[in-house]
Design a protein. Sequence first.
Lengths: 1180, 593
Amino acid sequence: MNKPITLQEFVCNSWSKRSVRIMKISLILCLMALQITASNVYSQYVNLKLSVKNTTVAAVISSITHQTGYEFSYDAELLNKQIKNVSVSAKNERIENVLTELFKDTGIGFKILDNRVFLIENFEKNKTSENKTAEVQQKQKTVTGTILDQSGVPVIGANVVVKGSSVGTITDLDGNFTLNNVPDGASLLVSYIGFLEQTILVTNKTSFNITLKEDTQKLDEVVVVGYGTQKKVNLTGSITNVKTDELSSIATSNLSNTLAGRAPGMTITGNSGLMGSSSEIRMRGGFGDPLFVIDGVIRDKASFDALQPNEIDQLSFLKDAATASIYGSSAGNGVVLVTTKTGSKDSKPVFDYQGSYSFSKPTKTLFSDMFTATDELTYQNRVAEFQGLAIPNGDDEFEYFKDRSYNVNDYIWQNPWNTKHSLSVSGGNEDVQYYVLGSYLGEEGSYVNLKNQKFSLRSNLTTKLSKYLTMNLNLSAYQSDDKRFFWPYSDDDEFGVYDLYRCTFNALKTIPFYANADGTPSTTRTDYPIYPAIGSWQSWNVVDQVIGDRYIKTRKRNMNAILSFNADLSFLLPGLSTKVLANYIGNDYTRKKYMTHQKNYKFQQADPKGNRFLPGPIDEDQVNIFTFGNAYENLQYGMNTLWSEQFNWFLNYNYSFGKHDVAATVVFEQSSNGGEYVYAKADNPLTSYDQMFVYSTDAEMRTGDASEETGGRLSWIGRFNYSYAQKYIAEFSFRYDGNTLFAKDQRWGFFPSVSAAWRLSQEDFMENTSDWLSDLKIRASYGTTGNDLDVYGNKITPFSYIEKYVSGSSYIYGDALANGITPGDVPNPYLTWATSTTYNGGLDFGFLNNRLSGTLDVFYRKEKDILGTRVVTLPSTYGQSLAPENYAARSWRGGEMSLMWRDQAANGKIKYSLYANVGYSKDQWDVLDQSAVYTTGNLSYLSQIGMADSRVVGYKAVDIIRTQEQVDALKSSGFKQWGRDPYLGGILYEDTHSDGYVVGPDGKVDSNDSYNLLSDNATPRINYGFGGSLNFKGITLDLHFQGVGGYDRFMGGPSGGFYQYGSTTRPYYPIWTSDDCWRTDNVDGKYPRVIGKSWYESGAGSSTFWKRNGAYLRLKNVNLGYDLPANLLRPLGLTKVQVFMNATNLFSISAVNEFMDPEQEYYDSYPLMKTFTFGLNFTF
Amino acid sequence: MNKIKYIFLSGFAALILNSCDSLDIENTTSYDANLVWNDDALATAYVTNLYANVFDNWSCSADYASEQVHGMPFYDTSITLTSGNFKKFDYTTIRLINEAIVKIEAGGLDQSVKDELLGQVYFMRAYVYSDMVFYHGGIPYITVPQDKDKDDLYVSRNSTAECFNFLIADLDKAISMLPEKVSGASSEYGRIDQCFAKAYKAKVLLYKASPQFNPKSMYTNSHWQEAYEAAKTAYEFCVNKGAALTPSYSDIWLQEKGDEVVFAVVNSYPNKVAYWDYYVRPGSLSRSTAQNPPTWNLVKAFPMLDGKSYNDPTGKYYVGTEADLLQSFWKNRDPRFASSILYNGDLYPVQGTKSGYRQYTALGIADQDDSYGTNPKAGVNATNNDFNTGFFVRKGSDLSLSQDLVATYSIDYILMRFAEVMLTYAETANETGHQDVALEMLKQIRKRAGIEAGSDNMYGIAGTDRETLRKAILDERNVEFCFEGHRFMDLRRTRNMMKLNGLEKFGVEAIAINADGTDMNLNEAKEKAVKFELKPENFRYKLQQVPLSKNSEKQFLVKESYYFFPIQQSKIDENQNLQQNIDWGGTFNPALE
């Protein structure tokens, strides 16, 4: 043994717990010094057979280490001590009993902490041996010293050894040590768990005051990995861990909204600020949701979103196949792992309360607030001017609307707010640990009639049933009640509500929303809602739409129970344990929709000849019933009751001998799920009331529907881990997965992975660098995962492998409806997974005593056998699409880097950290069928092969046509755009293609000309985040910036470009009221001319005219907290009180800001919000 | 230790009990394929789905490509090789049909059931292919569901002549298996019967004989005789089975399951509705802007009450010039005008409106959703001048539906009515020397329309020679079948399509006038309009081009090459064996000669 002391880190679950243990070590060492007794909280049962005579302590402990895995710390001299008779034969005996027996007549005492045994001789004997060695080794020095931590507290039990020798000692109660026989010029290595190692050069000085620095790298940090945990230092794959304590002060109803920019390689986009909206999570440029695993159980994204940040203990993103392949066929898009908090072993009840209030405002001015009635009048005049018609609005109209404008937001908008309260209690003792959290969230959304309430509860209880058996019950439940206005034109669970938002800002500003009987406009609701006659579209009253009595109510409930038993089987084989886990999830939602018609009155013009906006008395007969597409008023219920269960059996084995650490885990997993969907609707009520009994009982007026689903999974999972001397680490894992989506003989897939790491910094030859390089690890991994998604990222439909018939269209004969059936999708009996293979290489490093630390990863991922429809191979006269086949392939390349600088200043009074992370990823299709025109035809330059899936393709715009000369020249050449003559103020496009997509001009611009590749970065390729935190005298400040780069996009609405949807009446989009539009008196205008037509020339369509760099940087989050001083709190019985303020989305920098918030999908998407939160946190 | 054992035993027991079947799940969403072709109900349901795929319902865009309603579908690049515009290549439905034919024959159903179903399916195959042939000329006439591993999928186009032979063969096979007549009282009403199959066979042969397919022997080719015989058979068979014209033109649709129906797609609220009224009504009485406002071009085309044109000086109701007609277009017209077209000041008794309700379109008077024109006195231009015409479709409207129930429209869609059988008979008879038959058919149609017989009992028909009758039949089809989707195909079939080239469409703006002819004060006009006191004669009328906007396409640009639309380039890219039509750069001759 070169080094008498090896670092064997503690296995524990969190950093916070670890510090408790360090205190405990100190405490115990104190006790030990006074009275060496055998007792240990962590002692284990061991098997030991030892029978020797006349040997040394060294030999004995070497043998024990070999057999039991226990490591020893000792004073080097002890090793040569002779022991006469040793004879132990222990089976399943406590280690302390064995050692007591062993050392009973030797004067050697011991103390056990986890896997380590501290040996110490009697003080008297120590002294004599000191004298003795002093005599023998006179040429050598005696060195003394004191070891303190940064706050000046003595470090007890720290190891001090002479490098390269077996000479060493440990510090006493006051942190003092004395070391004899130290050669001149030797180096002392000072180490202690949780602190950075220090090397001291012994020169003339013989007395040292050494301050050990806390190891911020937290070498013993444990992270959750699939089906287990692992020490961070031992990781071989690419995992990013997110600190959830930084998230808990952000008030949002969905966890995913807090994560943007927190982890490299993750794209997290929230494109709506509507109450309840969530963010999309994509890992390394993937196309689908990652797999969510909460407390070892596969869950859906909704369950992940429902988690409270403060109930989470660990949150990890498994990014490469080495870490994710253990989830096999569902892990193709990465895995998000969450473990929730548990109680602690030695703690009184700790109560923690957090309460907050937050309110939000749109990040950009709401469209409806961006223009007024006067703008509308101007718009109408401009349209008429272009059309060459009489100018409709004159002085009368402008005068009338001088200080008048009917704004829909005055009736329906409110700044959203929410309030959140959570109370948790945790604690426990040796036998029972508990953590219970209850929380409540109340929200009101941005429109009147948007309300949400959510209650959630978690109870995590661990009990030791016997000395071998532990039981854990983790219960969680939540209910959310959501109410929103009735809106049938987008999905009920959709948060973009683009159509509704559009309706709000394009509502006429010149016609009142409500009137009195005499026609005078009213600012409040009256019996006479007015419908705007906009001439080109079915019209309704938008205000009533939102504040009327119609509603959609959704109640979601979720109950999850995980029961597990963990048995220590070390009596059978040391290091063996087993666990069974059973999980049940009950999940339901009930949606109720109450729909009433709108009865709106026509706006009456008092004077048809004069100012047409002057209101006249309401005509009771001129009404327009708006039905929302439902002939009768109705009431609908939709219900889902879903369940799933999962059973796991684990067999774990952990064993260490010498420098070898071996771990193995084998898991069997089985799950089933099912549920029913039921729907009921009734039409035509006797009176407006939201209960079924008032509705017609005529069978034709009542509708019902139901369906069922079932599913199941079966898997075998294994992981084998080996490490040598904590330097060389290798891991193999697999998952053998059965999937019901595939035919019986195609059902099973095997997904292996291997990975390895080399902790270079632990090597002897790296010692020279240890003053600046604290940690360096090289990682490499290879692994496969499966993906049951098709080329469009949709989940494969069940039973796609057999021929079947499904419901088709119905038809009426006579008076009766007959059901139709039609062949289901063409079956493919050979259906299988897409298999994704990832190669990952990485570096973990720490510099300057780990003040600067970070990771670097590069990856290449190839997915093959993606299910897709073969398109090129068959003519369409074949009459059906081919059965989708597993043929397509695509690949991704990318990497991530994260850096962290953590330090303190002003003697530890200021603690600060800075971090930055960045991820890059780009995909490309390697094999994909495309229609002939893209392979051999004229558009072969747009072939997807070798290119990213999302690209920017569109027209090339030259500029706005600004002068009559230009128009004349174009006209005289016969140049037409979509068959129309060019006009002043319209966009001129480049004539790039002829009919049949032939490259080259043909004297006209039409749809052939839209096939230009403008950029292949249609989704952000770079995601980054950076920020820092500062702590000074209880004040903490966190700043978090986030952004994307490598991103080109079109601005505009969902149909591409900016349509002049409003025709001759309404500007529709505020861009058309902008002073920057081209006019005869503004020939340099930035935007096209207002003409009241949605033509390509007037702005519609995706072209370079609207292409912008989509990159942005935003201050995502600022958090300011203040911890009240402890001396104020102590008399009140409080441990901690913090007040905090938090702001999100304060500002952004982007070219896209010209029109909208950079995260918004469309110009007219529902806006994003900036949120301000004030909160209070106390612990007692 | 006992406890541990217990827990582990139960754990393993659970494992063993469950592990066998968690992957063995039940398919809860589809039919077992093995059942379908041996089960009457399922096989019939398969055919039912075909009905829904094959037969259309009411469509407000049926005549978009003609002069009848607003719209500018033909411009320079409206039909190209690449776009899907004016292409028909529905092999998905063909495959479903072929699948049915093969599987029914192979399946274990009773022979009677097999025949019943096969008759319908053979008809549908001909029906779907015929549309493709009318569009493009000969197409690959595939009659089996191809096996991609065994069959040569790189098929060539069958010649147009072959295609017509296949069509007739399929129709004959269908006729041999179909019931003679499915009556309106039958619970099977809506299914294909021999009446329809024979009438459709006559229609297919009419196309075959028509100038479109015979540009060099337009009216001299021998196919006319074949067509005449089929048309005669169809006519006589239908009459024999009780087919007749509905006595009143406006009742044809409203009285469902009437004698005039040869084939109808049944609608019934709430199971199947059509959006006809939703799209044809004026915006203020529906929930959508009117999608197909009729043009002045069509209004002009209606004869006067005596069956003669407004500018025919021999007419009893002779008007004179177009400008004269403009100020009196609603007076003394063929009654089909008033039952087909809604005009300014017309009575329009929609459920829920006040009694005496008149529909207005005059700017400043009418609801903004309905108004049309640029009358400067209104101080505003109508919103929809590019779209509206001052007229709305009235044909087929169900005025008993109030504005809120407009989307419950469920009147049956008549896909073929007896009047068409008669006019097919008339046309083929006229071209085969049976002018007497042609004249008789025309007279019956005009008589039912309410046109005066006249002293010569000619119902305004100008002559009995072949050319006069040929024109009379084409004109008759224009008004009799307006908005029913025939016009563009009729012009094309008879090689009159180029008459549409350069076509401009017009609408009619109404401006209220006083008795002395001066423009009425709008306030006064408005007051009167609210009381429905303004009648059509209280307005002067003004033509406006549709669309009105500057820079809009305003003229049809129709090319000779449109007599046969091209096969979409992407289909040829997929299969080099498909030849393109001659006029589109290929070598395939889509005509019969």
